[in-house]
Design a protein around this ligand. Structure first.
Ligand SMILES: [Zn+2]
Length: 105
């Protein structure tokens, strides 16, 4: 298991914060503690934690040619790369970019 820690996780946790029960636990633990637990658990299981830079453009970067869109609205779910013409599903493209990042780390 190779967990990623990047802004997508922070967004997911932000959504979890809307749930009062989860929110209390997340707030109690704090971000430093959350990361410490991830580091501890990955070491415990003989795995590796890859920390992706917070502003890594996983959704805006073309996973085919590396072109980075200047902006991409959250509502845009599919886009065509102006450089190579690749058609991207936002989430799949982001996952491929994160996998490429992992393989280069
Ligand atoms: Zn491209």
């Amino acid at each position: 298991m190779l967990p990623f820690l990047e802004s997508l996780i922070f967004r997911a946790v932000k959504n979890m914060m809307r749930n009062n029960h989860l929110s209390r636990h997340i707030t109690d633990a704090g971000w430093g503690e959350f990361r410490r637990m991830l580091e501890y658990k990955t070491k415990w299981y003989g795995s590796r934690l890859v920390v992706v830079p917070r502003f890594f453009p996983s959704s805006r970067r073309c996973s085919e040619c590396g072109y980075v869109l200047p902006e991409l609205k959250l509502s845009t779910r599919r886009w065509i790369c102006p450089e190579c013409g690749a058609i991207h599903d936002r989430d799949i493209n982001a996952a491929v970019n994160l996998l490429q990042y992992l393989n280069s780390a």
